[in-house]
Every structure is written in C-alpha cells, then in structure tokens.
Design a protein around this ligand. Structure first.
Ligand SMILES: Nc1ncnc2c1ncn2[C@@H]1O[C@H](COP(=O)(O)OP(=O)(O)O)[C@@H](O)[C@H]1O
Ligand SMILES: [Mg+2]
Length: 309
C-alpha cells in the first residue's frame, strides 16, 4: 500500500497493532479507499500469513449461495448441490477470511455467522458432523454498521463481535498528498503497458484538477483516471485535455443519450483488456456491471463474452 499522507498515520499504526492481535477487525471506508488491500496487509503481517486468505463479497451472493460459500455443504443438501463443498471457513483454516460489504449480509446468514464465531465450530449445510474452525475474520463496510443496526438491518450482537478492532480508512480527498504520490506511481505502472512514450510529468492545471477533484471512487477511480490519461495524452506531459471530462469540471457528456465516442473507446479498451469479461471490464471502468450493460446497449456496442474457465 502506497501512502505518504500524514492523515494515514493513525490508520497504519492501528493496522500494525491489529495484525499482531487475534481479535476481529472491521475496516470502514468509502468504496475504493483500499479496504481489501488493507485486509490483505493485515493477513500478511499476522502470524497467519503462511495460511490462506480468502475474500468474499457479501453483497454479490444471495443468501443460500453465500451460506454455502462460507460454510460449505454436503452433496444433496439442496437442489444443485451435486457435490460436497468445503466452504471458505474451512479452506482458510489457520488463515484469514475477509468479509467485504458485511452490512449487506442477509439477516439469517448473520445469525449463522454469529453462532460460528461464538462456538468456533459448525455443521455444514446438510451435514451431520461438526467441524471446528480456526480463522481470523476481517470485515469491511462503506456504511456505518451502527446505522444499519438502528435500521434493524444488522444484528447488534454480530456488530460487537466483528468490530472489536475498528479501523478507519480516510477518503482520498482527505489525503491530498496521496493523490500526488499515487498519480505518479500509477503513471509509471500504466506507461509500461499502455504508453507510446515515456511520460515525464503533469502540467500545473491538470495537477490542480487532480488535487481539487472530489474522488467519489477514491483510489480505484484515480487508477482509472491515470490509465485514461496515459492513453489519451499526446505528449510526455499530461495536460488538462488528457483528463476525463469530470475532472475538467464538465458534466459527463450525453448523460441520457448515447455515450460519447471517447467513452465508447474506453469501454472497448476495457473489454479488450478484460477479454470480454463484463465484471472485470466494469471494474476497470469504475462502474457497475449494470451501468456497463446499459451503456453498451445505448452505444449499440456488442462484444464477445469471456469464455468461462
Ligand atoms: N494505498 C494504496 N496504494 C496502492 N494502491 C491502492 C491503494 N489503495 C487502494 N489501491 C488500489 O485501488 C483499488 C481499490 O482498492 P480496494 O482495496 O479494492 O478498495 P475497497 O475494497 O475499499 O473498495 C485496487 O486496485 C487497489 O490495489
Ligand atoms: Mg472492495
């Protein structure tokens, strides 16, 4: 994790202490601030670093799928369960399980998770024998769990279990030193894969635009913007005209109509890089899969799908 900003001192101090401990960690921060990266860092700095690290996004699976992803099932436990599945809690034995977007976890799975964390053992779906587990749980959320609990969407008892050590990751706009450091780091990274010539710097007005922008998508969005800039620049110095419209203070073009040619070009490039994988392409573009789908339709852009392996 690259950082130079003094606003991150507290974060790293807490992260190092948390890594040495065994208690559950909850990382709070806006999307793209580096929560998953931080969870991996905690694992790598911990005594569990030789054992596996598994990440699961609680928002991306339905209740039953999430339960079987976490706790496994035995063959025939439900329609479609054609063979045994171990589940991440067993696969990550002695290691760390990272529960991303924990606030989105359905309530019935929350109840199961609480029981597993309390008893350190559980019976897989459809199984008859208890299995013991030894895993460290690190969770992340971009919303306040307390608010989710007040709205009866999150169990208060589970909240106390998983946020023994809360860590807060500041938004990128609150650590402007990191905007500069990361921008140059990313230029170096993307120049290797994308650039036609060595990039030597950023013009003053483009730099001001980077620093004063709000960065709602945080470091993830900065990555996308710097990749865009490296591709779009016509010379070794990145100017304002090589930055995407939202950084130039313009509204994104054609909000409702069809996407602008530059945006279609970005989508093409993302789809090429992702080899047709929509999810990965959407991630590269910093948009949701449904937005990508909609924009592709508006632009009348068809693309072969990725072959699943
Ligand atoms: N401090 C950092 N240094 C380098 N890369 C970072 C940093 N923070 C985030 N990133 C990158 O930004 C992207 C988003 O980070 P991620 O951990 O997935 O964020 P979150 O889980 O909070 O949405 C990733 O590509 C990650 O590698
Ligand atoms: Mg994430």
């Amino acid at each position: 994790m690259l950082t130079v900003a003094p606003e991150m001192n507290d974060f790293f101090e807490t992260l190092e202490k948390a890594a040495r401990a065994e208690a559950s960690v909850l990382i709070r921060g806006e999307t793209g601030t580096g929560k998953e990266l931080a969870a991996r860092a905690i694992h790598q700095l911990s005594r569990r670093d030789k054992a596996p690290f598994y990440a699961v996004n609680c928002a991306s699976l339905t209740g039953e799928m999430l339960a079987s992803e976490l706790f496994g099932h035995v063959r025939g436990a439900f329609t479609g369960a054609v063979r045994d599945r171990k589940g991440l809690f067993r696969l990550a034995d002695q290691g760390t399980v990272f529960l991303d977007e924990i606030a989105e976890m359905p309530l019935d799975i929350q109840a199961r998770l609480l029981r597993v964390l309390q008893e350190r053992e559980f019976v897989p779906l459809g199984g008859s024998e208890k299995v013991s587990i030894d895993v460290r749980v690190v969770s992340a959320t971009h919303v306040s769990l307390r608010d989710a609990a007040d709205a009866n969407k999150f169990r208060r008892d589970l909240m106390f279990r998983i946020r023994v050590l809360p860590i807060f990751l500041p938004a990128l706009r609150e650590r402007t030193g990191d905007i500069e450091a990361l921008a140059f780091h990313l230029i170096g990274e993307f120049s290797k894969s994308e650039g036609d010539f060595a990039i030597e710097g950023i013009e003053a007005d483009a730099f001001d635009a980077l620093v004063s922008y709000d960065w709602p998508g945080n470091v993830r969005e900065l990555r996308n913007v710097m990749e865009y800039a490296v591709v779009m620049t016509d010379g070794p110095i990145i100017g304002l005209d090589a930055l995407p419209p939202e950084l130039r203070g313009e509204a994104p073009p054609n909000q409702k109509g069809s996407p602008a040619p530059s945006e279609v070009e970005r989508m093409r490039r993302a789809l090429t890089r992702a080899q047709g994988d929509r999810e990965q392409a959407a991630e590269i573009l910093g948009m949701s899969r449904s937005t990508l789908w909609r924009k592709m339709r508006e632009a009348n852009l068809s693309w072969p799908r990725a072959k699943r392996h």
